[in-house]
Design a protein around this ligand. Structure first.
Ligand code: 5GP
Length: 131
């Protein structure tokens, strides 16, 4: 059965899409650790990020770099942090999180649940900055 993220790419499950190209897809994390928390995935379903081919991994990180630039332009922050966990969803993904302080990157604590209008607004602001 396809992963939940493959179903998002296929449009079977809705997402706040920030950007996509032929091989990669970026969308807001549904339970962000900070406003603007974005996931970047390869469209090809592979569980463990280091099982991607060298080209796929490089392409994923280069695509994430462009998404991070868009986040940085759209969301007030000092830097955009990068994390790979992958313990919950078995489809490789990179977390991009706007950082103002170290604890903004904390995955062990409470997560946010933002109203749909706010998620839409954040999504629009980031996607408008994507180049
Ligand atoms: P991880 O696998 O990296 O430990 O965590 C998976 C991440 O995916 C979590 O931050 C969780 O909030 C997010 N997530 C899980 N299911 C969905 C979903 O259906 N849609 C979106 N946008 N994010 C999800």
């Amino acid at each position: 059965m396809a992963s939940i993220f493959s179903r998002i790419v296929a449009g079977e499950i809705p997402s706040y899409k920030v950007a996509e190209d032929d091989n990669y897809y970026a969308f807001l994390d549904i339970n962000p650790v900070a406003q603007g928390h974005t996931l970047v995935i390869p469209k090809r379903e592979v569980d463990y990020i280091f099982d991607l081919t060298d080209d796929e991994l490089a392409g994923l990180m280069l695509f994430a770099k462009r998404v991070a630039a868009a986040i940085k332009a759209a969301i007030p922050c000092k830097k955009v942090g990068v994390t790979v966990l992958g313990l919950e969803v078995p489809h490789a993904h990179v977390h991009l999180v706007p950082l103002n302080k170290e604890s903004d990157m904390s995955f062990g604590g409470d997560k946010l649940s933002l109203p749909a209008e706010q998620m839409q607004d954040i999504c629009r602001r980031i996607s408008e900055q994507f180049k």
